[in-house]
Write a protein that binds this ligand. Sequence first.
Ligand code: SF4
Length: 709
Amino acid sequence: NPQSSKRLLQTTCPYCGVGCGVDVVRQGAAGPQLSDLQGSREHPANFGRLCIKGTHLLETLGQDSRLLFPMVNGQRSDWQTAIQTVADKMRSILETDGPEAIAIYGSGQLLTEDYYVANKLMKGFIGSANIDTNSRLCMSSAVVAHKRAFGEDIVPCDYEDLEHTDLLVLVGSNAAWTHPVLFQRIERAKLQNPDMKVVVVDPRQTDSCTLADLHLPLAPGTDAVLYCGLLNYLSQHDGLDNAYIEQSVSGLEEAMHIASEWDLARVADVCKLPQSIVETFFRWFTQLPRVISFFSMGINQSTTGVDKGNAIINCHLASGKIAKTGSGPFSITGQPNAMGGREVGGLSTMLAAHMDIDNTEHQRIVRDFWQAPNLATKNGLKAVDTFQAAADGKIKCLWIMATNPVASMPNRELIEAALSRCEMVIVSDTAAQTDTLKFADVVFPATGWSEKNGTVTNSERRISRQRGLVPPSSEAKHDWQIISEVACALGFDEAFSYQHPVEIFREHCALTGTENGGSRALDLSPLQDLTEQQYDAMRPQQWPFSEVHRAGADRLFADGTFYTPTGKARMIAVTPALPTQATSADYPYVLNTGRVRDQWHTMTRTGNTARLLKHMDRPWLSVNSADAKTLGVENGDLLALNAACATDTTVILPVTIDDKQRKGDMFAPFHWSATWGSHCKVGALLNGANDPLSGQPELKHGAVKAKKA
Ligand code: SF4
């Protein structure tokens, strides 16, 4: 009886960049039910473990909060009308304003196949590179840091390294809340090896500090100072690996020229730390043979995020603590598929398959491969610039996919103005209620987790299948289908005739193998002939694939050569700079924003689950007791926050007095937006300042004034 047949299926968690494998039982053929969800024991990311968000995934499903049918101008519509409406408007804008007046703003929630098709349509056929995503807010600074140092956007570590290190430095990461399964892995590693040291570098004393042998509560934004000081210390305490530098590293002299100005006393002074704990950290880094620097949003989401990343990488290159088991700089992505998006070129500053948009040979390869009539040959607009251009009337049509920028981007007033000014805003989403949907002219209902079918890549470059376990809700379609239908309506039928995600995956893999004879790391060409059955059965696998990667490299860069023209990794001369949204007499408090343990982004899924709201069911503002006294507030009192960039917006939050917060600093989670309470628009207090190299906005350092509400 097919109605009672049970099948154990495997898929991947849709939340963070750990990319945990998930087993789930499906019962029944028509209207199948999912049950018995647990971590996949054999998935190398989690070996059976899940955090609380993953554990309660099934409770986030259901039709109540879903977008179920297309809408045009606020009215229920049908697919044909909605697709034709978008295609007609795009064609008209292309004729009158050209391709640069159209943009896509996507998401690290998109599957690689969705990303590939969106990127192909925008860069190959519409003819503009104006496709950026919320991955810009996640790891774009790390991307640029990797390219500067290694010549390629590549993470040189694996999760296994966390278990084979002597010193694990969590810098700008509260992994206990944001990457819980990796944090559990670190906990077990420390249990098994009590000599392993854990250092947390973070202005806040977060839950990750429960594991720390040493916590450096440095002044916000001073990470590059700390790492310049570390480089200086390495050179003064016999910590340089001169043989390795000679063979594999360039740029030491220039980097040292600046770093040598940062002695211990000056570092301690600027970072506002006791010199003794800075010295302890430096000594451990210098003396312990294997070191991992696990870095995340506290580094990336900064006006100097790229330099901070390179300051960290510099110390690993100079000390030779890289490309060995248990050693290296390890950028951990926030989103489930920020890495997969990069692989297909899903940012406005890339082409496809890690090829460069301004490289004429790469342009030729991609143009020929796609048979692209109108290939973009210059960088498009990054996230913040996209919305600024829309607010200025330059972007006339903006298609937002799987993200809620009104709630998640900084400078909310600008985002709202931008969407109001666009001639057409298209939103593809799963949720029926978001702050962004209010601005949509055309709404496409997209499939969500458990319905979507494709691949994602996690923080250790491991590609896993996210499988379609149940049919799409109501009229929802897959993102790649929606994009392909718009492309066909624009007349690009031949290039977008996909019927199944395996066809897209094969095409993507084939494109990765077209450059320089398969000698680069991102060469997935062995997968370009997968059958649908093989794709359905695909096991998690990590690139580079050994069969195409250069011989003798058992791990990345183990042979001492990098992807730069000289083959040497580059140290970068980093001049530390402080955040640009600086405090002043009028705006004296630093506002830091981030995640809580049990919620995901703007809560369109996790907010539906009572169990996940148990941990924290409302937004709050962490305030040091000394500041609370000055402001005359106690626990639970309301504080009104204002910033110079948002004179019309007051954010009002209940106070939690918390001495794990430095005096002068405040912290608020960004999850709760206006959908959840009218005065929680935390993003409005951040001015959109971003890193000039990566475009990644500063989300860790606003400047606010506060008064009892
Ligand atoms: Fe999902 Fe991340 Fe939790 Fe793993 S750690 S279950 S990927 S949210």
